[in-house]
Structures are given as structure tokens and as C-alpha cells.
Design a protein. Sequence first.
Length: 399
Amino acid sequence: MKLDGLTVLDLSLFLPGPAASQLMADHGARVIKVENPRAPEPTRSAEAFPWQQGGETVMFRNTQRGKESIALDLKTDAGKRAVLALAKQVDVVVEAFRPGVAKRLGIDYESLSTENPGLVYCSISAFGQTGPWRDKPAHDTATVAAAGILDVTRSPEGDSGPAIIGVPIADMLSSYLALSGVLMALHRRHTTGRGDFVDISMFESVLAASPNILGPVFGGGQAPERLKERTHGGNAMLNVYETADKHYIALGGGEHKFVQALFEGLGRPEFIAAVTGPAGEGHWPAIAFLRETFRTRSRKEWEGWFEGRDICWSPVVTLDEAWRADHVQERGMRFQDEAGNDHIGSAIKFTDEPAQIDTHLPQIGADTAKIIAELDLTEADHGAILESLNSNVRTTGES
């Protein structure tokens, strides 16, 4: 596979870092996950993530598969020495501590790259490693709010307030940027022999995803006006319409051919000129017509009407419907392991060397003895690490 021979040390928790390292594992990398035996990976917890399959949370199963687990308490000398020894042997480190924590623990880029100058070290944080917001605590929703995206995420009808986005976009965008940054640094290492420090901000990952909505900001020095911009309810062809049975139809493309096919099909070609023009007030009569028209038929009836027409559209389906679609199965985005547990497939498709997903899930510290045997550590450190694992596993009841 594409990343065969690559070794990744994952010090991160929750979603952005683990999702990035799982992508690397899916494509052949050896990923060693470090967990504190006193406070292991939070997504293992059925209290925080109650939906489970096969005794594991769905969240954990789809962010941690194919990894090895070593239990290390980074606040102990033995745990710290183990990380330093591991860092000499790996290609990549991924961490998601708040800025300054890794340095305080003595496992920051400067400390680890001294012994391994080819190391690629990726830090994922809310607002980045520098700047006045560096030390602000935040998870996904707060960074999305700070990036202005919650303000533009509103219903196109009525006086809607900001809406929580249904997926953790800052977490996932920063995860994908982390993967991209790591691979860029590894590519450059082939020439220079040097690694690099990759600073990924969840906040900036959302800012970077915004070029299509920045016209009024960069061009006019103002926030987008709701119902006047193309992606904020002001375009008839980028909008959501309620059907007679309280379902919804989404229109998703405003090219002339799609506009023509829709309005000629509905017998109202007089709207074509306005709807192919700038978003805003010129679209409002067409939007009003479409709202009234879509409420005359059920979702199923509209699905039949759209069939065979060259128009960008989709019914607004539930998450369960989406993941049951034949297309999802055919493309391998949902598959089951031998025990019948569901997994998210790889969205990166290669013709040569496609992903070979290892669905094995690491138990807390299950690979500790094997991994520390590979390291240049004293017998005392070996004993301290294993004792910490065994005593804390007994205390938490994990196996």
C-alpha cells in the first residue's frame, strides 16, 4: 500500500488526530497510539458515546482501527523516556495537546527532532501555535463559530438564528489538512533528509474552506447579507424546499442548463433569465414560486418527476437513508467486518494499491510489552511502564 514502511506515533485523542492517523493506517502505515493508562482514549467511553456495536463505541471503531496501543503516563519519567525512544524510530508524530503542553512534557518538536532530524511532527490545535488566541480552549463548535460559519448557517426561510452544523467540520477539515501537511513534509524529506513541524489550526481549516462565501467580505468589507448571497438563501437553485409530506428537496446547481431544464419542465420559462443572473432580489419571485410548487407534491412524487431530467437536485434524506444507499455499498464506503460490525470505508480510492482496512481495535495498552521490547530502555523503565499499565487497567476494569 501507499504508506507501507511508514511508522506514526499518535499522541492525540478524540477526532482530528485519530482520524488523520487512521487514514494513514488504512493505507499501510504502522500507527502506534499512546494512551494514558489512568485516562485512556475518551471515545472508548460508552457514557460519552452510547451507541455501540460488538462492545465498542461506533466512534472508537471508526477512528482507531488498525492501530497498536501502548499505555504510557507521560507525566512519569519512564513514560517520557519511552516516548523519546519511540520518537527516534518513527517517521511521524501527531499530537493535539493545547499549545505549550508538549513542551512542558518535554516531547515537543524541538526535543524530539534533536535525536531524529527527519521527524515530521504535526500539532493540531484549536487556534494554532502562535497568535493572541493560541491559548483559548475550544472544540469544533467554538472554532466554527469563531470562523463566522455558524452566522451564515441559517434556514433560508424565516428569521432563523445560527444553526449547529450536523458534522464536526473543523475537526474533520483539520484532520485532512494534517494528513496533507504530513505527506508534503514527507515528500520534501526525500530531497532534504529533514523533517518539519506542521502547525494545523482547526479554526484556520474552516477559514480556508470559505473562498466561495468571501465575496462581500473581501470585495465589500461587509458580512454577507442573508437571502441576498448565492449560498445564503439568495439563489433559487441553491436552496431547500419543503414538499407536501413535510420532506425536503435540495437544489444544488445554478448553471444555465440546469435552470432551463427546471423551469421549462415546470412550465415557467420566464424565470430563466432572472435565475441565471446575480443572486438576491432578482431570484425572490422564483424562490416564492418554487416554495409554493414543491409543496404541491410528495417527496416520492418529486423524485419521479426529477428522474431523467438534467438538474442538480437531491431529496434531503436522513443519515440512516444515506448510509443504506446502494451507491454507498457499491463504492465500499460502508462495509462490515467478520463479526458484522459496521465500518466507514476509505474515501481515497486508488486503482493501484487501494486501502486494505484492518478492522482490529486495540485494547488499552495491549501492545505495550511488544513495543517497549523494541526500545532502548532500562529494565527499570520496562517494569515501571508495565506496572502502571497493569495497576490502572485493573482499577478501570478495562481489558
